[in-house]
Ligand binder design. Structure first.
Ligand SMILES: Nc1ncnc2c1ncn2[C@@H]1O[C@H](COP(=O)(O)OP(=O)(O)OP(=O)(O)O)[C@@H](O)[C@H]1O
Ligand SMILES: [Mg+2]
Length: 226
């Protein structure tokens, strides 16, 4: 059986042989400014029906949305969920079915899934840490079920921080378990170049990669001029 794919209107489509897979969670992780929110925006524009955008860090930029071709019609089709605390995010996400009900949703985006979770872990209360980890697993499990039941793609982002700071190893294990596709974004020193590398995929080799750049109208493959 062929897996249905969803175009992101970015070099990820070439990297992933036709787009992100429907029915599963795709997880994009990388440092600040590596292009995660840009990929979310270009993907939103590919949807024909409604989309669901869960924003945990005010990452949605209307200016950027318009720059890359977003218009009022597309904007109206986005169901926005703004969350400000982990409790808020958890409570909204475990009742996503109630929020989307019978709406025809083409893609669900969570940008980012762990920024508020990280804040919650910033303490020494072991019981709280373990409860928060269970909640993160529950959130992923709801997303995974919605992806499967509706055969739609779920795109989630994770910010990774500089070396030496690794307070959430468990969240990486949870992310790896629930995401059938993991893609790492890196910022390269040269020009404005970024790299996307497949770290986990059901039918493509780990390590496959593509260089890309962010420009006024979106994201395109990076090509050396010489
Ligand atoms: N019009 C534009 N032309 C060129 N580059 C742009 C343009 N608009 C935004 N960028 C670049 O996009 C980058 C930000 O990308 P993006 O917001 O997708 O990053 P991110 O990975 O989501 O970061 P964070 O983890 O902080 O949310 C910045 O380097 C910015 O300079
Ligand atoms: Mg972002």
């Amino acid at each position: 059986m062929n897996v249905r794919k969803f175009l992101t209107n970015s070099p990820l489509d070439k990297l992933l042989d036709g787009g992100i897979e429907c029915g599963v969670i795709t997880n994009v992780y990388g440092p600040a400014g590596s292009g995660k929110s840009n990929i979310c925006l270009t993907s939103l524009l590919q949807a024909k029906n409604k989309t669901l955008y869960i924003d945990s860090e005010g990452s949605f930029s209307l200016d950027r949305f318009r720059q890359i071709g977003g218009d009022e019609k597309k904007l109206k089709n986005i169901i926005f969920i703004d969350v400000h605390t982990w409790k808020d995010q958890y409570e909204q996400m475990i009742r996503l079915d109630k929020i989307i009900q019978k709406d025809k949703i083409d893609i669900v985006i969570v940008d980012s899934i762990v920024s508020l979770y990280r804040l919650e872990l910033d303490n020494t209360d072991k019981e709280k840490v373990s409860r928060t980890n269970m909640q993160l697993g529950a959130v992923y499990s709801v997303l995974s079920r919605i992806a499967r039941e509706r055969n739609i793609p779920i795109l989630v982002t994770n910010q990774v921080y500089g070396s030496g700071e690794d307070i959430e190893p468990t969240s990486k294990t949870i992310a790896r378990y629930w995401s059938k596709c993991l893609i790492e974004f890196k910022k390269l020193d040269k020009d404005n170049c970024r790299k996307a590398i497949i770290r986990k995929h059901r039918s493509l080799p780990e390590g496959k990669q593509i260089d890309f750049e962010i420009y006024q109208k979106g994201i395109k493959e990076y090509r050396k001029l010489f």
